[in-house]
Design a binder for this molecule. Structure first.
Ligand code: SOE
Length: 387
């Protein structure tokens, strides 16, 4: 197998990120299976055609059902708003297509389980888009934890802070509507933190959370508007049905303690996706806004040089970096997607499931839902309760 023919649903923010990754992969990873950009799909013909030409897709479809039915497509990439994920994934799996779906996998745990079941029944490959795992500095953090360099993990402390809806006149975009997005900061940002924690520390045992919707009504907007939408103070208002901020604590199965804060109300923070891990032999700190760096501290450093050191994760010794530029030449957000697609193509080459896949999507959804139950019932919720 030397190529995978891709059909992609969605052409906005994630559509652009995925398209860029499909294009970059053969240039920087020439030994990888080549994703062929067969068809892009969206509802608005004009916007779609513009994206098709700009992103470099061969053809387009305005109906995803037609896309899924095409016999010149092997993989369906779903980056439409979250409420569309399940229906498209089930139809695509039934048509024998492999699946790549953005996070959060579905609106509910039940839906995500159905998606996993459908993919398994169809015997297709399935991947979920937790792209931050693929930053080389995060891969280094994983290696340090796995190699025991920071010893037994005691703490995982994480925040995902943004501020794009802090203006009360920012419109009611789809990400602020429960029936389309599933949840607010929790599913959009908290999902990344949960995945990162599972990747680096392990499975969750129990959770306890709190959340708030600070601005309860906003100017009504077109459902498709994105992060840079503009609202007007005199437009009619509609109800915000998701959380603006969600915080929770966890106890991991291995005994470590975790804290999580996802908010779109942290003024000055555009995309602070950050974590710290403290172990018996050291600590690790990462902040996506400085994504090429990992701060590490080892207790066995000589006494006179103890302290956090900054490792620039851009050497050939770091995951994926030998494919890019000479040591020290940094990379960015878009590269996380290229690495993600690389993993997906490797899974085809090695005939295995890619990681993270729908199992990880479901596990993340379990935690999201356990936190929601905890908030509703004002108590600790064990992940087992959702089994
Ligand atoms: C918007 O909050 C957003 O683009 C998320 O949807 C992404 O998943 C995250 O990576 C960055 O912020």
């Amino acid at each position: 197998m030397d190529k995978i023919r891709v059909g992609m649903v969605g052409y906005k923010f994630m559509g652009k990120a995925h398209s860029n990754a499909y294009r970059a992969l053969p240039m920087f990873f020439p030994d990888s299976i080549k994703p062929e950009m067969k068809a892009i799909c969206g509802r608005d013909p004009e916007g779609l055609e513009k994206a098709r030409v700009q992103f470099g897709w061969e053809s387009s479809e305005t109906d995803w059902k037609k896309l899924v039915a095409r016999d010149d497509i092997d993989l369906i990439d779903i980056n439409a708003p979250s409420d569309a994920h399940k229906e498209i994934a089930l139809a695509a799996a039934a048509a024998g297509k492999h699946l790549f779906c953005e996070k959060p996998l579905a609106l509910t745990l039940k839906d995500s389980r159905e998606m996993l079941e459908a993919a398994e029944k169809a015997g297709v490959k399935h991947m979920v888009g937790f792209n931050y795992r693929f930053a080389p500095a995060v891969q280094l953090a994983k290696k340090l934890v796995e190699d025991g360099r920071i010893g037994k993990v005691y703490h995982f402390r994480s925040v995902f802070l943004q501020d794009w809806i802090i203006d009360p006149n920012f419109p009611l975009v789809w990400r602020l509507q429960k029936e389309i997005a599933g949840s607010g900061s929790h599913g959009d940002l908290g999902a990344h933190l949960i995945d990162m924690a599972r990747f680096l520390v392990g499975e969750f045992n129990e959770v306890m959370g709190m959340s708030e919707t600070f601005i309860k009504e906003r100017p009504i907007a077109s459902a498709m508007t994105g992060l840079s939408a503009k609202g007007s103070a005199d437009a009619p208002r509609g109800e915000v049905t998701v959380d603006d901020a969600t915080l929770f604590m966890t106890r991991f199965e291995n005994g470590a303690l975790g804290s999580f804060e996802a908010t779109r109300f942290a003024a000055g923070h555009r995309c602070t996706n950050s974590f710290e891990i403290n172990g018996s032999k050291g600590s690790i700190k990462f902040d996506f806004e400085r994504m090429n760096e990992l701060q590490v501290y080892f207790t066995d450093d000589a006494e006179d040089v103890q302290g956090f050191r900054r490792v620039l994760a851009t050497d050939p010794a770091h995951a994926y970096m030998d494919a890019w530029w000479p040591a020290g030449h940094t990379i960015g957000y878009e590269h996380t997607f290229t690495h993600e697609i690389h993993e997906l193509m490797q899974a085809f080459a090695e005939d295995r499931q890619p990681v993270p896949n729908f199992v990880d999507g479901v596990k993340c959804q379990e935690v999201l839902e356990a936190v929601e139950r905890s908030i509703e019932e004002r108590r600790w919720v064990s992940i087992n309760e959702l089994a």
